[in-house]
Ligand binder design. Sequence first.
Ligand code: FSO
Ligand code: SF4
Length: 537
Amino acid sequence: MFCQQCEETARGLGCTAGGVCGKSNDTACYQDAVNFILSGLAYRKIHQPAGAKVPADTAKQDKAVVEILFATLTNVNFDKERFKEYLKTLIAYRDAYPIISGEPEGCAWTPKSEEEIVHLEGGIGLLAIEDDNERSLFSLLLFGLKGMCAYYSHAEVLGKTDPDIMAFIYKGLASRFEVYTIAERTELVLECGTVGAKVLALLDEANKHYGTTEITKVPCGVKDKPGILVTGHDLRDLEMLLEQTKGTGVDVYTHGEMLIAHAHPAFKQYDNLIANYGTSWANQKDEFPKFNGPVLFTTNCLVPPPEESRGRIFTTGSVGFDGAVHIPEKADGSKDFSEIIALAKRCKAPIDLKLSEVTTGAGHDAVLALAPKILKLIEEKKIRRFVVMAGCDGRHKERRYYTEFAQALPKDVIILTAGCAKYRYNRLNLGEIDGVPRVLDAGQCNDSYSLVVIATELAKALKIPVNELPLSFNIAWYEQKAILVFLTLLALGIRDIMIGPHLPACLSPDVLNTLVERFGVQPNTTVEADLKTLHLV
Ligand code: FSO
Ligand code: SF4
């Protein structure tokens, strides 16, 4: 295996003998195999000559492509058996298209045995792309596409789809087997960011299904009934679970990225949605055992649980873990959570982690409602600058940097955030500036879109280009959704983004150079130096 898609990759280079995340060599190789076949399917689909006999309705195929690519994202699916099934599904879809004369050999690859798939040295993984720059650019593109599929799947379950986005997913996947110059591959990566903006906008629109978020103080205590803890990002799953637990004597709590649900008017109606429990995904090993009840993973980040708590882990959607019960989607899109509810009834109530409440819900509508006040505070020099500190949390000690950075900010700087990175500083009591909270949390990592809308609208109001706003970017990344958000920011013309705790391992020296020269991308260093670089002191 060879995997370098996340920030915690081994030695900052790549995982080669089992993942730091807990992914086994075999599962990693199966993931490479499904990615390879996905490229073959995409190539066949988009290169058919006019008049070819092709599948007429590809709605199911599109849904499978999105689910499967999402399943290969970090901390989503560790279950080799699910990938075996995915492989069969994809081969069937691919082979429903006529072979194209002269197609690259890889398009027809059909493994005959497990040995053909499972390679310690990487097999048909990304290392098989020999040219460093080509591999670097295709890796960035593939990681961006994974993030795109994650967000697209959330929009899709809420009834929002877009054929142009699907078309780009196929185009990007097919590019593995196509001849592109390095300049063209670079543009394709940026196009991924442009389409990323569309996906984020689509999901933003889809989430309106639950009403516009309001700035909300979310309780973080517990009640005395047993509970189910819901983590991940899929609001539709949370909604279905809340409906099914009504009147059962089982409460529902959110974890990590699900925090934002509490700020949506539709979720505020549920008496059985009690509180947010704990912090980010990175602390689940410590927090989940104290919850006492079952945990439902609707998406990443799943950290392989210890043997003794596996019976309390449930997965759904793209998520999978061998030994955990998987709740499938029925033909009508519904899910039956009765097994998890039955288990919860036999569990003790959660132990109180004694965490203070947190504030969320500062999406673009909520913040733009404050725009006149914010503009006045800028004019009065009470707000000097904004810093976007969106992104992911992670397990490494060095992420302390983000807590220290937030603490060191001058009192007239406002943090705009989204994603689980916020748990590093959302309980620091950083206060308010004339009633405007100094930490404005838009919600999940996909709600980084909100931050872009806020910036664009403020720039319009101040009649200056976005890059001249008193706004700096210090982004924390961990997995491929953050890569998509990063590419989206670049495509939208945002310059001088600082990114950390480490740069993506897939960047070749030349690709890094392009990012630095063309976009001013910079790695983070120390709190003191970075505060100066970002014009915050
Ligand atoms: Fe966090 Fe995990 Fe949202 Fe990521 S839960 S790390 S960017 O998957 O998805 O921010
Ligand atoms: Fe390693 Fe990250 Fe890949 Fe897991 S997802 S195998 S930790 S690079």
